[in-house]
Design a protein around this ligand. Structure first.
Ligand SMILES: Nc1nc2c(ncn2[C@@H]2O[C@H](COP(=O)(O)OP(=O)(O)OP(=O)(O)O)[C@@H](O)[C@H]2O)c(=O)[nH]1
Ligand SMILES: [Mg+2]
Length: 225
């Protein structure tokens, strides 16, 4: 997918503050510090589109980003940050649940797991929530640059068993090397019924089959909201 345009739309905590529904949305969930915001930056090809941090709890609101005016990427605050202020931890569950339960334009969820770690209780809870809302997540194993190929294969087996999924469903990714980027875009394209051919125009099929958007290559740029 060539991203020729990536823009911060807005931050929101409550449904009344979300942008108007319309374009299909892809939400990114995972524990705090797992690499959600870094993944969005790599997918968008903009290093500074979303703020990232080595300190957990960087993303505290729901952040919406427009991509090529054909879809919206949604960065959700991470769970499981023990040192988060109590008020924030209390707010987190209802904020995420309201979004997952009520957002009609939500078409895909990317659940991000750290390839080095056994999935946490928060991850398992998130999987249960998604099942409850009938959402089949795209499962990404991030930070794979930190392990050898051999170790990655072992971790895949362990993580697949912990979450009771086929290991073939787990997509390795690295925000450093960008390995896995195209595979994740393909999965998103499949779920959104958008054809994302790298050298041609992305086309929204279904409701608007004639919508053609020309894509051009642009250099990475900082675009901090
Ligand atoms: N080596 C490596 N580091 C990564 C990768 N992805 C993210 N990181 C690092 O992990 C830290 C957290 O990344 P973020 O993208 O801010 O994580 P987040 O999930 O958005 O965190 P919160 O907003 O706090 O929930 C940063 O220091 C990133 O540079 C990766 O694929 N490889
Ligand atoms: Mg973040």
């Amino acid at each position: 997918m060539n991203v020729f345009q990536a823009d911060f739309i807005k931050s929101a905590a409550k449904p009344k503050d979300y942008p108007p529904p319309g374009l299909p949305e892809v939400a990114f969930v995972g524990r705090s510090n797992v690499g959600k915001s870094s993944l969005i930056n790599v997918l968008s090809g903009r290093k500074g589109l979303v703020r990232t941090s080595s300190t957990p709890g960087r993303t505290q609101l729901i952040n919406f980003f427009d991509i090529n005016s054909i879809l919206t990427l949604v960065d959700l605050p991470g769970y499981g940050y023990a040192k988060a202020p109590p008020a924030l931890r209390k707010q987190w569950g209802p904020m995420i649940e309201a979004y997952l339960a009520s957002r009609e334009s939500l078409k895909a969820v990317v659940l991000i797991l750290d390839i080095r770690r056994v999935p946490s209780d928060g991850d398992l809870q998130m999987l249960r929530w998604l099942e409850m809302y009938n959402i089949r997540p795209i499962l990404v194993l991030t930070k794979c640059d930190k392990l050898s190929k051999n170790e990655q294969a072992k971790q895949k087996v362990i993580i697949a068993a912990a979450i009771k999924r086929d290991k073939g469903m787990l997509l390795p990714f690295s925000a450093l090397s960008k390995e896995g980027r195209d595979g994740i875009w393909n999965e998103i394209g499949n779920l959104l019924e958008i054809q994302l051919k790298p050298d041609t125009s992305p086309v929204i099929s279904g409701s608007n089959p004639s919508s053609h958007i020309r894509v051009v290559e642009v250099p990475e740029q900082d675009n901090q909201p």
